[in-house]
Design a protein around this ligand. Sequence first.
Ligand code: ADP
Ligand code: MG
Length: 175
Amino acid sequence: MTQIAYLGLGSNLGNRIRHLNVGIRLLEKQAGDVLRVSPFYESEPWGYQSPNRYVNAVCELRTELQPLRLLDCCKNIERQAGRKNKTSDHYEDRPLDIDILLYGNDAIDCPRLTIPHPRLAIRAFVLFPLSDLIPDFIVPLTRKSVAQLRDEITDSSDSDRVRPLPPLSSSSHSL
Ligand code: ADP
Ligand code: MG
């Protein structure tokens, strides 16, 4: 059965836009059909200190992979983009991070995978690009739309740390 999933991509090392575009191309080859890609945003590292800002985007994927197979696929693509295994339990700089934000209307909680992504509702760098694609989608377990969650976080101190990149940086121009 096919499902629509939303994946959050981030990069804060090397040619960040290129890493995101490579990730999107590899998702096309290995995970399903990438139907849409949000505009690209730039954000401060979240949850840890680093001088390297992130470029973030969200892609809409039509996939036949079950959630855990999709997670394996995302991890493989991160490695293909040059990501090394974690050296600590903390957040670290990386050329490519791919998180599964949503998988249809599913709510999943197992040791390796939680969907909706557990920090989706508190991350401006996720909510801005996600609301560009599906503002009215009601996020499972929250009873709130993506746009509502985005507006709530805009009132908090987090939102000024995310800004759109100029359109020329978006995926369609820099493959
Ligand atoms: P980060 O939290 O910095 O993104 P990783 O990308 O290394 O760290 O992910 C750590 C682990 O989080 C993964 O190995 C995966 O098992 C787990 N995880 C749980 N839920 C999700 C999700 N929705 N999407 C991606 N990874 C998830
Ligand atoms: Mg991750």
